[in-house]
Design a binder for this molecule. Structure first.
Ligand code: NDP
Length: 286
């Protein structure tokens, strides 16, 4: 069997086109331009690259983008002041704090100073709590949300399926498991202390992997016809590789996301969608 390729790049382009049209109509109705502010400490090259990529995507969709670049040595108070100012600035609708943060910063303190209504990557405790409880108005983290949307737009049903998630981080694995549960999958979560990982992954109708280890999942660990969603981003000898060994898994899976071009582009598309939704919500509540 040769797996169907789930083309995240094409689906993300389609979503971006739809959002661009929505933004045009929104602006034509006299509403203010939806604006994302990215906050970064330091100049770590992959974070700088990611912020540039987001800027391009947002400007391309007719939305606003602002970068608050603080020095690597910024203090808790300096960062808090920036986040609080962005929270009260009515021209800013979304705030994305780039992680990880340097060691002098108290993550919990600064993360939860982001106004939940502007927390478009769903990292505050309030948004996480809403996702956990499955109720209220909230923003889910863009990366796992992108994985769900990729499946939805590929007409892959989730309800009633056994979804196995490998990885339990706060930004990908754990929220992904909750989103799959919200879609009525039966969910198993695996992590670094799971013995006999393959005995779980082989049971998956949908196997989602967010670990950060190139080629961790091989063809013998996957059931015939399973849907495999790879969130891994690993740079090995200058090549971008997923957590899934693409060739051996594509030979048994029914569908698979490539790396690059799978879940990655979907993250930015979901950030656009969450920021537009946040702008609408904030403008409607003024
Ligand atoms: P983390 O390092 O925060 O979490 C990794 C998770 O994998 C942990 O839960 C860990 O378990 C688990 N794990 C580690 N080794 C194993 C193993 N051998 N078997 C099973 N589980 C294991 O990573 P992130 O969640 O932040 O990122 C995961 C991957 O996704 C990375 O490659 C990252 O670059 C990528 N990523 C992709 C994005 C996208 O847009 N596509 C966005 C964000 C991240 P434990 O909890 O026990 O330590």
């Amino acid at each position: 069997m040769t797996a169907r390729i789930l083309d995240g790049r094409a689906i993300a382009r389609q979503i971006t086109d739809e959002i661009s049209a929505e933004v045009r109509a929104y602006l034509a109705a006299g509403r203010p331009q939806p604006m994302l502010a990215v906050v970064r400490l330091g100049q770590e090259p992959s974070s700088v690259r990611y912020a540039r990529q987001i800027e391009k995507v947002f400007l391309g969709a007719g939305m606003g983008f602002r970068l608050e670049a603080l020095p690597e040595t910024a203090t808790n108070d300096e960062l808090l002041r920036v986040l609080v100012d962005l929270g009260t600035d009515q021209t800013v609708h979304g705030i994305l704090l780039q992680l990880p943060l340097p060691p002098q910063i108290s993550r919990d303190l600064v993360v939860d100073s982001i106004i939940p209504a502007k927390d478009v990557d769903g990292i505050t405790a309030l948004n996480q709590g809403h996702l956990f409880a499955g109720r209220g108005h909230y923003y889910a983290p863009a990366t796992p949300l992108g994985g769900i949307e990729l499946l939805r737009r590929s007409a892959i049903g989730i309800a009633g399926k056994h979804a196995v998630v490998v990885g339990r981080s706060e930004i990908v694995g754990r929220p992904l498991a909750l989103l799959l549960l919200r879609e009525n999958a039966t969910v198993t979560i695996c992590h670094s202390r799971t013995p006999e990982l393959a005995s779980y992954t082989r049971q998956a109708d949908i196997l989602a992997v967010a670990v950060g280890r190139a080629g961790l999942i091989t063809g013998d660990m996957v059931a015939q016809g399973a849907v495999v969603v790879d969130f891994g981003v690993n740079v090995i000898d200058g090549r971008l590789l997923g957590d899934v060994d693409f060739d051996s898994v594509a030979a048994v899976a029914g569908a698979i996301t490539p790396v690059p071009g799978g879940t990655g582009p979907m993250t930015n598309a979901m950030l656009l969608a969450n920021t537009l939704a946040a702008a609408r919500f904030q403008e409607a509540s003024r």
